[in-house]
Design a protein around this ligand. Sequence first.
Ligand code: ATP
Ligand code: MG
Length: 434
Amino acid sequence: MGEIQALRGTRDILPEEVGYWQKVEATARDILLKAAYREIRTPIFEQTELFERGIGEATDVVGKEMYTFRDRGDRSITLRPEGTAGVVRSLIEHSLYTQGGVQRLWYTGPMFRYERPQAGRQRQFHQLGVEVLGSADPRADVEVIVIATHILQSLGLKNLHLDINSVGNLEDRNAYRQALVDYLTPYKDELDPDSQERLSRNPLRILDSKDKRTQEIAQNAPSILDHLGTYSRQHFDKVQQLLTNLGISYQLNPRLVRGLDYYTHTAFEIQSDDLGAQATVCGGGRYDGLVAQLGGPETPAVGWAIGLERLILLLQKLQEPALPSMDFYIVSRGDAAEAQALVLAQQLRQAGFSVDLDLSGSAFKKQFARADRSGAIACLILGDEEAANHTVKLKWMASKEQSAISQAELLANIEELRSQLSRGWERGARGDRR
Ligand code: ATP
Ligand code: MG
């Protein structure tokens, strides 16, 4: 029987890479906490109907990409392809909107879409997202945008650009749809097959076709911005003015559209020049109609999702992986020494130090070589002699200075040890570590 491998479109995030993920998660968590966003964790699978109603059957996501199956109770279940539908379901189910005011929520976790895997496109991928529910104010649109840029900038990312557009409200879009169909109909035979089919069903989505000829044709299509009513116009003007106030540069992109009825007003994307074809790191916008669409009260809302794989790809191009920092590496050999070393390791860990204990039982020389590679600041050494006397040898990795000390004394002077470790660090222990 062959070796079992990870499924196509899924991948393992190995320990060397995990440092990047933890950095992204910690950075985002910190920024979101300080902006009064609260984390929400919803199930990874839901009733299929939630996504059919919440994303729309005419979308690629629902039409072609969902992982849907029947469970043993013959229910139709779908692995979530995105986070918003679950968050909104939860908001309604727990009446979070009745707690008054605005709900600021964020989430992160795996999402599932049956797509053709390529760099930055997988079948199991991860998103981090925010949703602000209960505010129709353009300040909410701008707040979520500025938080996304804050997170990306704090991670050191460059060469990013923000595209924004307004898709107006339903009325604006109906007027626009007609203008678009009038423009596209003479080109019908030149459009890609998907777009030809969309011409009657959902013409707005032709604007984000990935086909080259279709894009050329779409280039000269009428702009939705010329079809916005007064409220939509004012809302969008305000968004732009507030972005400018915050020093955030943006480009108007009238082809940035969402084809579904519950999307309203602001749509935006943050793209990177360094990602090739899968350039969109963050996509979002306003969806004032979704909560009602899913059975809740009319609740204006705006949010975004960042694709974490694409973000990590960018981060990897920019910086070396973070090394785990270790205070001590413990080397021991002989029954009594090995038993004492385990106790010592645990005592030091409880005192707050990071400790790597060599479990190999191999010759001292081999253990010392591993201590050198470990990146630890100091090495603790226990052999038969140390075990008999209840002492330990303390060796500073940078200077190679070494001294014998009783184990009791080592543990009795934890604070002294802590400051010695930080001096050992300054003496260049870290510089030797690569
Ligand atoms: P695309 O046009 O690239 O398919 P999308 O419009 O389907 O993107 P959204 O549903 O807006 O994407 O999801 C938000 C973000 O999640 C995307 O901008 C992207 O960074 C990421 N993302 C979407 N699908 C995948 C995937 N299959 N693999 C990895 N990341 C993804
Ligand atoms: Mg997609």
